[in-house]
Write a protein of this length. Structure first.
Ligand SMILES: *Cc1c(COP(=O)(O)O)cnc(C)c1O
Length: 381
Protein backbone atom coordinates (compact mmCIF):
# COMPACT_ATOMS: atom_id res chain seq x y z
CA UNK A 1 0.00 0.00 0.00
CA UNK A 2 1.27 3.44 -0.93
CA UNK A 3 2.41 5.45 2.13
CA UNK A 4 0.25 8.45 3.09
CA UNK A 5 0.51 11.26 5.67
CA UNK A 6 -2.80 12.06 7.30
CA UNK A 7 -3.11 14.94 9.75
CA UNK A 8 -5.35 14.64 12.81
CA UNK A 9 -7.04 17.91 11.79
CA UNK A 10 -6.66 20.50 9.06
CA UNK A 11 -8.81 23.62 8.60
CA UNK A 12 -10.50 24.29 5.27
CA UNK A 13 -9.24 27.75 4.41
CA UNK A 14 -8.28 29.14 1.02
CA UNK A 15 -9.02 31.70 -1.64
CA UNK A 16 -12.35 32.89 -0.18
CA UNK A 17 -10.91 33.53 3.28
CA UNK A 18 -7.88 35.18 1.68
CA UNK A 19 -10.12 37.55 -0.28
CA UNK A 20 -12.36 38.22 2.73
CA UNK A 21 -9.61 39.88 4.77
CA UNK A 22 -8.86 42.26 1.91
CA UNK A 23 -11.87 44.52 2.57
CA UNK A 24 -11.09 45.42 6.19
CA UNK A 25 -7.41 45.75 5.30
CA UNK A 26 -8.18 48.19 2.49
CA UNK A 27 -10.73 50.19 4.51
CA UNK A 28 -8.45 50.40 7.52
CA UNK A 29 -11.14 49.37 10.06
CA UNK A 30 -9.50 46.21 11.32
CA UNK A 31 -10.49 45.98 14.99
CA UNK A 32 -14.01 44.95 16.08
CA UNK A 33 -16.36 46.61 13.61
CA UNK A 34 -18.92 45.84 10.90
CA UNK A 35 -17.55 42.39 9.96
CA UNK A 36 -17.65 41.22 13.57
CA UNK A 37 -21.18 42.63 13.97
CA UNK A 38 -22.35 40.74 10.89
CA UNK A 39 -20.60 37.53 11.99
CA UNK A 40 -22.28 37.77 15.40
CA UNK A 41 -25.70 38.29 13.86
CA UNK A 42 -25.36 35.31 11.54
CA UNK A 43 -23.89 33.07 14.25
CA UNK A 44 -26.78 33.92 16.58
CA UNK A 45 -29.33 33.24 13.84
CA UNK A 46 -27.82 29.92 12.86
CA UNK A 47 -27.85 28.65 16.46
CA UNK A 48 -31.19 30.17 17.40
CA UNK A 49 -29.65 32.29 20.16
CA UNK A 50 -30.88 35.80 20.97
CA UNK A 51 -27.39 37.27 21.35
CA UNK A 52 -23.89 36.40 20.14
CA UNK A 53 -20.70 38.26 21.07
CA UNK A 54 -17.42 37.59 19.33
CA UNK A 55 -14.32 37.30 21.52
CA UNK A 56 -10.65 36.41 21.14
CA UNK A 57 -11.07 32.71 22.02
CA UNK A 58 -13.42 30.24 23.65
CA UNK A 59 -11.27 30.55 26.78
CA UNK A 60 -11.69 34.31 27.07
CA UNK A 61 -15.39 33.85 26.26
CA UNK A 62 -15.79 31.43 29.16
CA UNK A 63 -13.92 33.83 31.45
CA UNK A 64 -16.04 36.76 30.28
CA UNK A 65 -19.27 34.86 30.92
CA UNK A 66 -18.22 33.71 34.40
CA UNK A 67 -17.11 37.24 35.30
CA UNK A 68 -20.39 38.69 34.06
CA UNK A 69 -22.29 36.07 36.07
CA UNK A 70 -20.52 37.48 39.12
CA UNK A 71 -18.33 34.45 39.85
CA UNK A 72 -15.53 35.47 42.21
CA UNK A 73 -13.45 34.48 45.25
CA UNK A 74 -15.25 32.12 47.59
CA UNK A 75 -17.44 30.71 44.82
CA UNK A 76 -17.30 27.17 43.47
CA UNK A 77 -17.82 26.19 39.84
CA UNK A 78 -18.44 22.56 38.86
CA UNK A 79 -16.41 21.36 35.83
CA UNK A 80 -15.79 17.93 34.31
CA UNK A 81 -12.46 16.29 35.19
CA UNK A 82 -11.89 15.28 31.55
CA UNK A 83 -11.73 18.37 29.30
CA UNK A 84 -9.35 20.88 27.82
CA UNK A 85 -7.55 22.65 30.70
CA UNK A 86 -9.18 26.00 29.80
CA UNK A 87 -12.54 24.88 31.25
CA UNK A 88 -10.98 24.76 34.72
CA UNK A 89 -8.49 27.62 34.23
CA UNK A 90 -11.23 30.19 33.65
CA UNK A 91 -12.59 29.41 37.12
CA UNK A 92 -9.17 30.20 38.59
CA UNK A 93 -9.04 33.43 36.55
CA UNK A 94 -12.10 34.55 38.56
CA UNK A 95 -10.45 33.66 41.85
CA UNK A 96 -13.05 30.92 42.35
CA UNK A 97 -12.56 27.19 42.97
CA UNK A 98 -13.12 24.54 40.29
CA UNK A 99 -14.90 21.48 41.67
CA UNK A 100 -14.32 18.45 39.47
CA UNK A 101 -16.96 15.90 38.63
CA UNK A 102 -16.17 12.61 36.90
CA UNK A 103 -17.12 11.81 33.31
CA UNK A 104 -18.72 8.82 31.61
CA UNK A 105 -16.37 6.52 29.68
CA UNK A 106 -19.14 6.13 27.07
CA UNK A 107 -19.98 9.76 26.27
CA UNK A 108 -16.77 11.39 27.63
CA UNK A 109 -19.11 14.02 29.13
CA UNK A 110 -19.93 14.96 32.71
CA UNK A 111 -21.80 12.16 34.51
CA UNK A 112 -25.05 13.81 35.69
CA UNK A 113 -25.48 11.24 38.48
CA UNK A 114 -22.33 12.47 40.19
CA UNK A 115 -23.21 16.16 40.16
CA UNK A 116 -25.59 16.44 43.12
CA UNK A 117 -22.88 15.29 45.53
CA UNK A 118 -20.67 18.16 44.38
CA UNK A 119 -23.19 20.94 45.01
CA UNK A 120 -22.58 23.09 48.12
CA UNK A 121 -23.85 26.45 49.37
CA UNK A 122 -20.91 28.00 47.51
CA UNK A 123 -21.79 26.55 44.09
CA UNK A 124 -22.32 29.49 41.77
CA UNK A 125 -22.11 27.90 38.33
CA UNK A 126 -21.53 24.68 36.39
CA UNK A 127 -19.69 24.33 33.07
CA UNK A 128 -20.95 21.31 31.11
CA UNK A 129 -18.65 20.57 28.17
CA UNK A 130 -20.01 19.22 24.88
CA UNK A 131 -16.84 17.25 24.33
CA UNK A 132 -15.77 16.49 20.76
CA UNK A 133 -19.17 17.76 19.54
CA UNK A 134 -21.51 15.51 21.57
CA UNK A 135 -23.85 17.60 23.70
CA UNK A 136 -23.81 16.91 27.43
CA UNK A 137 -27.05 15.61 28.94
CA UNK A 138 -28.35 19.09 29.73
CA UNK A 139 -31.76 18.06 31.13
CA UNK A 140 -30.17 15.73 33.66
CA UNK A 141 -27.54 18.34 34.53
CA UNK A 142 -30.14 21.07 35.09
CA UNK A 143 -32.16 18.67 37.25
CA UNK A 144 -29.11 17.89 39.40
CA UNK A 145 -28.45 21.49 40.51
CA UNK A 146 -30.44 24.16 42.36
CA UNK A 147 -32.24 26.73 40.16
CA UNK A 148 -29.97 29.66 41.10
CA UNK A 149 -26.81 27.89 39.85
CA UNK A 150 -25.81 29.33 36.46
CA UNK A 151 -25.16 26.96 33.56
CA UNK A 152 -22.34 27.93 31.19
CA UNK A 153 -21.87 25.62 28.20
CA UNK A 154 -18.31 24.99 27.05
CA UNK A 155 -19.39 24.64 23.43
CA UNK A 156 -15.83 24.88 22.04
CA UNK A 157 -16.36 21.71 19.98
CA UNK A 158 -20.09 21.99 19.43
CA UNK A 159 -20.84 24.58 16.73
CA UNK A 160 -23.87 23.27 14.85
CA UNK A 161 -24.53 20.36 17.26
CA UNK A 162 -28.08 19.66 18.40
CA UNK A 163 -29.38 18.51 21.78
CA UNK A 164 -32.88 17.24 21.03
CA UNK A 165 -34.11 20.04 18.75
CA UNK A 166 -32.04 22.90 20.24
CA UNK A 167 -28.59 23.96 19.20
CA UNK A 168 -25.61 24.03 21.54
CA UNK A 169 -25.31 27.62 22.67
CA UNK A 170 -28.96 27.86 23.72
CA UNK A 171 -29.00 25.12 26.37
CA UNK A 172 -27.85 27.08 29.42
CA UNK A 173 -27.54 30.66 30.67
CA UNK A 174 -24.61 31.32 28.31
CA UNK A 175 -22.19 29.39 26.10
CA UNK A 176 -18.77 29.84 24.56
CA UNK A 177 -17.59 28.48 21.18
CA UNK A 178 -14.06 28.19 19.74
CA UNK A 179 -12.73 29.04 16.29
CA UNK A 180 -9.28 27.55 16.89
CA UNK A 181 -8.11 25.64 13.78
CA UNK A 182 -8.79 22.30 15.52
CA UNK A 183 -12.50 23.16 15.72
CA UNK A 184 -15.20 22.84 13.03
CA UNK A 185 -14.85 26.37 11.64
CA UNK A 186 -11.95 28.71 12.26
CA UNK A 187 -10.88 32.34 12.40
CA UNK A 188 -7.28 31.47 13.39
CA UNK A 189 -7.93 32.16 17.06
CA UNK A 190 -11.35 33.35 18.11
CA UNK A 191 -14.51 32.57 20.01
CA UNK A 192 -18.19 33.42 20.32
CA UNK A 193 -20.33 33.79 23.41
CA UNK A 194 -24.08 33.22 23.08
CA UNK A 195 -26.93 33.84 25.48
CA UNK A 196 -30.67 34.44 25.48
CA UNK A 197 -30.37 36.76 28.48
CA UNK A 198 -30.40 40.40 27.33
CA UNK A 199 -28.99 41.81 30.55
CA UNK A 200 -26.13 39.32 30.60
CA UNK A 201 -25.40 40.07 26.92
CA UNK A 202 -25.20 43.79 27.62
CA UNK A 203 -22.88 43.27 30.54
CA UNK A 204 -20.61 40.92 28.57
CA UNK A 205 -20.55 43.41 25.69
CA UNK A 206 -19.31 46.09 28.07
CA UNK A 207 -16.84 43.82 29.86
CA UNK A 208 -15.17 42.56 26.67
CA UNK A 209 -14.23 46.20 25.92
CA UNK A 210 -12.47 47.17 29.19
CA UNK A 211 -15.84 47.84 30.86
CA UNK A 212 -16.38 50.93 28.69
CA UNK A 213 -19.91 52.32 28.83
CA UNK A 214 -19.83 53.04 25.09
CA UNK A 215 -18.58 51.03 22.10
CA UNK A 216 -15.60 52.09 19.96
CA UNK A 217 -17.94 52.55 16.99
CA UNK A 218 -20.32 54.80 18.94
CA UNK A 219 -17.33 56.81 20.09
CA UNK A 220 -15.73 57.19 16.67
CA UNK A 221 -18.87 57.76 14.65
CA UNK A 222 -20.75 59.91 17.19
CA UNK A 223 -21.18 63.69 16.90
CA UNK A 224 -19.28 64.58 20.10
CA UNK A 225 -15.54 64.03 19.59
CA UNK A 226 -14.72 65.10 23.16
CA UNK A 227 -16.75 62.29 24.72
CA UNK A 228 -14.80 59.45 26.29
CA UNK A 229 -16.59 56.47 27.82
CA UNK A 230 -16.90 56.07 31.56
CA UNK A 231 -15.69 52.85 33.21
CA UNK A 232 -17.84 51.68 36.09
CA UNK A 233 -16.59 48.12 36.34
CA UNK A 234 -13.49 46.02 35.67
CA UNK A 235 -13.44 44.65 32.13
CA UNK A 236 -11.01 43.10 29.69
CA UNK A 237 -9.90 43.52 26.11
CA UNK A 238 -11.44 40.40 24.55
CA UNK A 239 -12.48 42.03 21.26
CA UNK A 240 -12.23 40.03 18.02
CA UNK A 241 -10.63 41.80 15.04
CA UNK A 242 -12.63 42.54 11.89
CA UNK A 243 -10.04 40.50 9.97
CA UNK A 244 -11.20 37.46 11.95
CA UNK A 245 -14.83 38.53 11.63
CA UNK A 246 -14.44 38.61 7.85
CA UNK A 247 -12.99 35.09 7.85
CA UNK A 248 -15.75 33.90 10.17
CA UNK A 249 -18.37 35.26 7.78
CA UNK A 250 -16.94 33.07 5.02
CA UNK A 251 -16.51 30.00 7.25
CA UNK A 252 -19.91 30.05 8.97
CA UNK A 253 -22.06 29.24 5.90
CA UNK A 254 -19.85 26.18 5.35
CA UNK A 255 -20.44 24.80 8.85
CA UNK A 256 -23.43 22.65 7.94
CA UNK A 257 -21.71 21.03 4.96
CA UNK A 258 -18.53 20.45 7.01
CA UNK A 259 -20.56 18.63 9.66
CA UNK A 260 -22.57 16.62 7.13
CA UNK A 261 -19.38 15.49 5.42
CA UNK A 262 -17.79 14.54 8.74
CA UNK A 263 -20.95 12.69 9.74
CA UNK A 264 -20.77 10.72 6.52
CA UNK A 265 -17.20 9.62 7.21
CA UNK A 266 -17.95 8.96 10.87
CA UNK A 267 -20.57 6.53 9.59
CA UNK A 268 -17.95 4.99 7.29
CA UNK A 269 -15.56 4.49 10.22
CA UNK A 270 -18.36 2.93 12.24
CA UNK A 271 -19.19 0.48 9.47
CA UNK A 272 -15.58 -0.45 8.80
CA UNK A 273 -14.39 -0.66 12.41
CA UNK A 274 -17.43 -1.90 14.36
CA UNK A 275 -16.25 -5.52 14.51
CA UNK A 276 -12.93 -4.62 16.19
CA UNK A 277 -13.67 -5.67 19.72
CA UNK A 278 -10.93 -3.71 21.44
CA UNK A 279 -11.81 -0.39 19.79
CA UNK A 280 -14.89 1.36 21.16
CA UNK A 281 -16.36 3.88 18.75
CA UNK A 282 -17.79 7.26 19.84
CA UNK A 283 -21.38 7.41 21.01
CA UNK A 284 -23.93 9.29 18.93
CA UNK A 285 -26.68 11.36 20.55
CA UNK A 286 -29.90 9.45 21.18
CA UNK A 287 -31.84 12.60 20.35
CA UNK A 288 -29.94 15.30 18.47
CA UNK A 289 -26.94 15.53 16.16
CA UNK A 290 -23.22 15.20 16.77
CA UNK A 291 -21.00 18.18 15.85
CA UNK A 292 -18.11 15.82 14.91
CA UNK A 293 -15.32 18.15 15.98
CA UNK A 294 -13.31 14.94 16.27
CA UNK A 295 -13.78 11.18 16.14
CA UNK A 296 -12.59 9.85 19.48
CA UNK A 297 -12.28 6.12 20.11
CA UNK A 298 -11.53 4.23 23.33
CA UNK A 299 -8.90 1.50 23.29
CA UNK A 300 -10.08 -1.22 25.69
CA UNK A 301 -6.98 -2.09 27.74
CA UNK A 302 -8.38 -5.57 28.53
CA UNK A 303 -8.72 -6.76 24.97
CA UNK A 304 -6.38 -4.56 22.87
CA UNK A 305 -3.47 -6.41 21.20
CA UNK A 306 -1.07 -3.83 22.69
CA UNK A 307 -1.16 -0.60 24.71
CA UNK A 308 -2.89 2.50 23.36
CA UNK A 309 0.41 4.33 23.20
CA UNK A 310 2.02 1.51 21.19
CA UNK A 311 -0.98 1.59 18.83
CA UNK A 312 -0.57 5.35 18.43
CA UNK A 313 3.15 4.91 17.73
CA UNK A 314 2.59 2.24 15.08
CA UNK A 315 -0.09 4.34 13.36
CA UNK A 316 2.23 7.35 13.43
CA UNK A 317 4.91 5.26 11.69
CA UNK A 318 2.38 4.55 8.94
CA UNK A 319 1.61 8.27 8.58
CA UNK A 320 -1.73 8.16 10.45
CA UNK A 321 -1.86 10.90 13.10
CA UNK A 322 -3.76 10.18 16.29
CA UNK A 323 -4.04 12.05 19.61
CA UNK A 324 -5.34 11.30 23.09
CA UNK A 325 -8.90 12.70 23.28
CA UNK A 326 -7.92 15.39 25.78
CA UNK A 327 -6.63 15.68 29.36
CA UNK A 328 -7.80 14.53 32.73
CA UNK A 329 -7.35 18.01 34.20
CA UNK A 330 -7.15 16.67 37.78
CA UNK A 331 -3.99 14.76 36.74
CA UNK A 332 -2.21 17.88 35.47
CA UNK A 333 0.43 19.20 37.84
CA UNK A 334 -1.18 22.60 38.35
CA UNK A 335 -4.38 21.04 39.70
CA UNK A 336 -2.90 17.90 41.23
CA UNK A 337 -0.58 19.98 43.41
CA UNK A 338 -2.95 22.85 44.13
CA UNK A 339 -5.79 20.65 45.39
CA UNK A 340 -3.83 17.52 46.39
CA UNK A 341 -5.94 15.31 44.11
CA UNK A 342 -5.15 11.66 43.35
CA UNK A 343 -5.65 10.42 39.81
CA UNK A 344 -7.91 7.70 41.20
CA UNK A 345 -10.32 10.28 42.61
CA UNK A 346 -11.84 10.52 39.12
CA UNK A 347 -11.42 7.06 37.58
CA UNK A 348 -13.58 7.83 34.52
CA UNK A 349 -11.49 10.85 33.61
CA UNK A 350 -8.28 8.94 34.40
CA UNK A 351 -9.26 6.12 32.01
CA UNK A 352 -10.39 8.52 29.28
CA UNK A 353 -7.04 10.27 29.67
CA UNK A 354 -5.18 6.97 29.27
CA UNK A 355 -7.27 5.10 26.71
CA UNK A 356 -8.96 7.57 24.35
CA UNK A 357 -7.56 7.93 20.85
CA UNK A 358 -8.77 10.46 18.30
CA UNK A 359 -8.35 9.28 14.71
CA UNK A 360 -8.28 11.63 11.69
CA UNK A 361 -11.62 13.19 10.73
CA UNK A 362 -11.60 16.50 8.87
CA UNK A 363 -12.77 18.13 5.69
CA UNK A 364 -9.54 17.83 3.74
CA UNK A 365 -9.41 14.02 3.71
CA UNK A 366 -10.19 11.96 0.65
CA UNK A 367 -11.96 8.60 0.42
CA UNK A 368 -8.52 6.99 -0.03
CA UNK A 369 -7.33 8.69 3.17
CA UNK A 370 -10.24 7.26 5.19
CA UNK A 371 -9.69 3.82 3.66
CA UNK A 372 -5.98 4.09 4.53
CA UNK A 373 -6.77 4.85 8.19
CA UNK A 374 -9.15 1.89 8.37
CA UNK A 375 -6.70 -0.52 6.73
CA UNK A 376 -3.90 0.46 9.10
CA UNK A 377 -6.09 0.11 12.18
CA UNK A 378 -7.34 -3.30 11.01
CA UNK A 379 -3.77 -4.47 10.42
CA UNK A 380 -2.98 -3.90 14.12
CA UNK A 381 -4.83 -7.14 14.89
C1 LIG B 1 -10.53 24.01 22.28
C2 LIG B 1 -11.25 23.98 23.57
C3 LIG B 1 -11.25 25.10 24.42
C4 LIG B 1 -10.42 26.32 24.18
O1 LIG B 1 -10.73 26.99 23.00
P1 LIG B 1 -9.80 28.24 22.59
O2 LIG B 1 -10.59 28.92 21.52
O3 LIG B 1 -8.52 27.66 22.08
O4 LIG B 1 -9.61 29.07 23.78
C5 LIG B 1 -12.00 25.04 25.58
N1 LIG B 1 -12.72 23.94 25.89
C6 LIG B 1 -12.73 22.84 25.11
C7 LIG B 1 -13.55 21.67 25.50
C8 LIG B 1 -11.98 22.83 23.93
O5 LIG B 1 -11.97 21.72 23.18
Amino acid sequence: MEERKIAIALPVTGEEEWLAVKEPLMSGWITQGPKVAQFEKQFAELHGANYALAVTSCTTGLHLALAAMGVGPGDEVIVPAFTWIATANVVLYCGATPVFVDVSRDTFNMDPEQIAAKVTAKTKAIIPVHLFGLCADMDAIRAAIPDHVKVLEDAACAAGALYKTSYAGTLGDAASFSFHPRKSITTGEGGMVTTNDGELAELMDQMRNHGATMSEEQRHHGPKPYVLPDFNLLGFNYRMTDLQGAVGLVQLPKLESFILERAKWAKFYRKQLCDIEWLRLPQEPKNGTHGWQSFVTYVDPQTAPMSRNKIMELLQEKGVSTRPGTHAVHMLRLYKDKYDISENDFPGARDCNNYTMAIPLHNRMTEEDYQYVVTNIRELG
